[in-house]
Design a protein around this ligand. Structure first.
Ligand SMILES: NC(=O)c1ccc[n+]([C@@H]2O[C@H](COP(=O)([O-])OP(=O)(O)OC[C@H]3O[C@@H](n4cnc5c(N)ncnc54)[C@H](OP(=O)(O)O)[C@@H]3O)[C@@H](O)[C@H]2O)c1
Length: 355
């Protein structure tokens, strides 16, 4: 079967998805949405550095809604508030197109029944499915940790830790505005500020989704965030991080059952790998404690060819997205439940035994 695909946004992630669609024999590019006026009207091939496709980029959602397609790959920049893209996504779903997002919709029930019901209603109105995927959120906890738990006869807790060096990220608005790097000490409100709310909404879905897959009912998800200040000026690609301003953030969440932390999900974004505490690391560490305990260390390997600008993380996100297309298109209308190999099956009451 050939799937007709609309690409929504062409940043680093979106362009990697766009190339994956153009290059794949089972995928046919059906439309292209862009935000930038400079890209409006260009052929998709020109944006993707590929031969002419005959598909022209548009800034009008109405053009996209009118296209007959199986799925929209929704890859815009994260916006404040986190719900900023909901209206567009609901319109896409109601127009009869499945949607796969890299920013949201990983596990909507985590953000409240009303939110999940609104998205579900749009799916049912259009006969469509809504999915969110990527590496983190989308894969590390929800796929790798969950699948590894299938080896366990008892499970006490699962910790997933990301460390990602953002020093080469080019987009200053994103690095300083959305990630909070370069903020003066104390300015980022790690409890109730807009970034805490946005990343909270994002990664609470990860924790709640993993708990759901493991059959655990969480009593609560606690946030426990931190920042690290630059010990010296840092010349990042997006601009200068002044000494004494934020040079690393830790967005950390704990899933709680009966007063115990049974899931910890920690996302460390750092500006350079010489910051104290981050001198050496894996991109992702998963620690499962139970019977048996399991440690998983995961890194992505950058392309060997130095002329290739696409980074491993961009390939990884694009892979998660395009590989999900057949399952998302085939799924019944509603919020997507990705098929999984067997995961840990909880005892009636979680044992949480000592190791
Ligand atoms: N799930 C995961 O594992 C994962 C991993 C990494 C990143 N992400 C997400 O991917 C997103 C995109 O990252 P990227 O590296 O592609 O960013 P980027 O290279 O900085 O690209 C910027 C993108 O933002 C679009 N844009 C411009 N104005 C916008 C607006 N007002 N609202 C929304 N989008 C706008 C641009 O559209 P055009 O250029 O097409 O005009 C472009 O596609 C990030 O926000 C992040 O949340 C997810």
């Amino acid at each position: 079967m050939v799937y007709r695909v609309i690409q929504w946004a062409t940043g680093a992630m979106g362009k990697t998805c766009l190339r994956a669609v153009i290059d794949h024999p089972d995928l046919e590019l059906a439309g292209l949405y862009v935000y930038s006026a400079k890209k409006n009207g260009l052929d998709a091939g020109e944006i993707a550095r590929r031969p002419t496709t005959g598909i022209t980029a548009t800034q009008r959602i109405e053009d996209i809604l009118a296209i007959d397609a199986d799925v929209v790959l929704h890859c815009p920049l994260l916006q404040l508030p986190y719900s900023a893209h909901d209206e567009d996504v609901c319109r896409l779903l109601e127009s009869g197109k499945n949607v796969i997002s890299i920013n949201n919709y990983f596990f909507p029930p985590a953000l409240g029944d009303a939110h999940a019901a609104r998205l579900q209603a749009s799916c049912l109105a259009g006969g469509t499915t809504l999915a969110g995927t990527g590496i983190n959120p989308g894969f590390i906890a929800e796929r790798i940790a969950a699948v590894a738990s299938g080896l366990c006869v008892e499970l006490d807790f699962v910790t997933c830790r990301e460390v990602y060096d953002c020093i080469e990220m080019p987009n200053a608005n994103y690095v300083f505005g959305v990630m909070g790097m370069g903020s003066p000490p104390g300015k980022l409100d790690l409890k109730n500020g807009p970034l805490a709310q946005m990343f909270g909404a994002m990664y609470r879905q990860t924790v709640a989704h993993l708990a759901h897959l493991l059959g655990w009912t969480l009593d609560d998800i606690e946030a426990d965030h931190a920042t690290l200040l630059a010990p010296h000026d840092i010349n990042a690609r997006a601009g200068k991080i002044e000494a004494g301003t934020v040079a690393a953030t830790t967005w950390q969440f704990h899933g709680i059952v009966q007063g115990k932390r049974v899931i910890t999900h920690a996302v460390n974004w750092i500006m350079g790998s010489d910051l104290p505490g981050f001198e050496s690391y894996n991109h992702w560490d998963i620690a499962i404690r139970g019977k048996p305990g399991i440690d998983i260390k995961m890194d992505l390997v950058e392309p060997v060819d130095a002329s290739v600008k696409t980074r491993a993380a961009q390939y990884g996100v694009a892979g998660a997205v395009v590989n999900a297309i057949p399952q998302v298109v085939a799924a019944p209308p509603g919020l997507f439940n990705a098929p999984m190999p067997p995961t840990f099956r909880p005892h009636l009451a979680p044992p949480f035994s000592s190791p």
